[in-house]
Design a protein around this ligand. Structure first.
Ligand code: AMP
Ligand code: GLY
Length: 423
């Protein structure tokens, strides 16, 4: 089998790495890929942008590719699956109609209300004045309706901050065409990520993970795509997972079916668990999470292509339970200093081989090779991912490996897991 992975993050490297282990997988193409996928066994990068659908279709035809895995949300929201489906391919990732679950927060809120899925109270506005009038108390959460690469949400602690966030949305900072705002009740609790696979008929959760969105230690500073993650998180007990399955995942699938949306891919529920154990949905994503996919796939024993193909062929319900390694996986993201604001690229990265020799896996995100050197090419650069018998062991292994790696202005959080495990 030849597979195409669309994307260039740590998530895509983790997917390529996992798929490369299977004897069923002959060759993997990554478009555009990164420095990690460039050197991964069986893997080859082809420089095609993720939104150039005609060029991707040409590559698929030329190389006789039979399975496409779409990593990021942008091509999904633009309809890559609809476009490629015309060639009767197997595509892991929802159509445009399904990707709207992530691409429009107001659509997702309406969808959750219809299906009685627990979520924060909210209201949607298309005019700044009306949105501002609605705000009477703080903290309050202001969300740009459309895709904003993780930057469209402001937890406002003053009215001024809330008004400013609304103004930025209506000035078109995130999306010039979609200038709606969702204003949401502020919730407190533990944030977790439940990624589930679906073939449109059944839905099966993967190991629950916890991401660390804020750039700073102690969960301070602006939000990023994610500064580190671990799985499984003990916040999600088996009872809580059953509850999430019944209250969130099943009703999501049922409501997609009711709306006639044939969804085959990942449904990622970002949840907040209140101190009393209540789960509410903060957001849906229509794809694998990054960095969550790095620790999750590090523990997966079932061959990944079997799961992906079963989703595409609508036979997920016929598969035996998903097998997992015991233990815990911890991923620490190494970022370029300045991220999620402005940062420099092109810094030489040293020590990756030495780090991997300690028994961890380094997934690449913003890296590339230039004149034999591995250099930085993005905000999130590497995901140092370690598996251990328990959290403490995995974390110690991950940070020992981090110590082997250097690049100018390298930045990372030292407190992955802080909310649950005392550091
Ligand atoms: P979202 O993209 O909707 O997941 O929001 C990004 C981040 O903002 C989340 O990961 C939370 O940390 C925070 N957030 C979003 N909605 C809320 C809420 N209703 N209450 C508290 N924090 C929130
Ligand atoms: N780690 C958060 C995300 O993938 O959206």
């Amino acid at each position: 089998m030849k597979i195409l992975i669309v994307g260039n993050g740590g998530r895509e490297h983790a997917i390529a790495w996992k798929l490369s282990h299977s004897s069923q997988v002959q060759q993997i193409f990554c478009t555009p890929g990164n420095g990690g996928t460039a050197t991964q066994a069986k893997c080859q990068n082809i420089v095609i942008p993720v939104t150039d659908f005609p060029a991707l279709r040409q590559l698929i035809a030329d190389e006789n590719i039979s399975l496409v895995v779409v990593g990021p949300e942008v091509p999904l929201a633009l309809g890559i699956t609809d476009y490629l489906q015309k060639s009767h391919l197997k595509i892991f990732g929802p159509t445009k109609a399904g990707a709207i679950l992530e691409a429009s927060k107001s659509w997702a809120k309406q969808f959750m209300a219809e299906a009685n899925i627990p979520t924060a109270k909210s209201a949607t506005f298309t005019r700044a004045e009306a949105a501002k009038e609605y705000i009477t108390e703080i903290p309050i959460v202001i969300k740009a309706d459309g895709l904003a690469a993780g930057k469209g949400v402001t937890v406002a602690t003053t009215i001024e901050m809330a008004h400013n966030a609304i103004d930025r949305i209506f000035q078109g900072e995130f999306d010039k065409k979609n200038q709606s705002v969702v204003i949401e009740e502020f919730l407190t609790g533990q944030e977790i990520s439940v990624l589930a696979l679906t073939d449109g008929l059944t839905i099966r959760p993967l190991l629950p993970a916890q991401d660390h969105k804020a750039v700073g230690e102690g969960d301070t500073g602006p939000n990023t795509g994610g500064m580190g993650a671990y799985a499984p998180t003990p916040i999600v007990t088996p009872e809580l997972m059953t509850h999430i399955q019944q209250q969130v995942l099943e009703p999501t699938l049922t409501n997609l079916q009711k709306r006639g949306i044939d969804y085959r891919g990942v449904i990622y529920a970002g949840l907040i668990i209140s101190p009393t154990g209540e789960a509410k949905v903060l957001e849906f994503n229509c794809r694998f999470g990054d960095p969550e996919t790095q620790p999750i796939l590090s523990l997966l024993e079932t061959p990944l292509e079997e799961l992906l193909l079963a989703c595409c062929e609508q036979r997920l319900g016929q598969l035996p339970p998903i097998n997992w390694k015991s233990g815990v996986a911890v991923c620490v993201v190494l970022a370029s200093g300045g991220y999620p604001g402005t940062y420099q690229k092109g810094k030489i990265i040293c020590g990756v081989e030495k780090a991997e020799a300690t028994g961890v896996k380094i997934f690449h995100a913003g890296t590339k090779f230039q004149a034999q050197n591995l250099i930085t090419e993005g905000g999130r650069v590497l995901g140092v991912t370690a598996v251990g018998a328990n959290f403490t062991e995995a974390k110690a292994k991950a940070y020992a490996a981090v110590d082997c790696i250097q690049f100018e202005r390298m930045y990372y959080r030292r407190d992955i897991g802080r909310q649950v495990f005392s550091n």
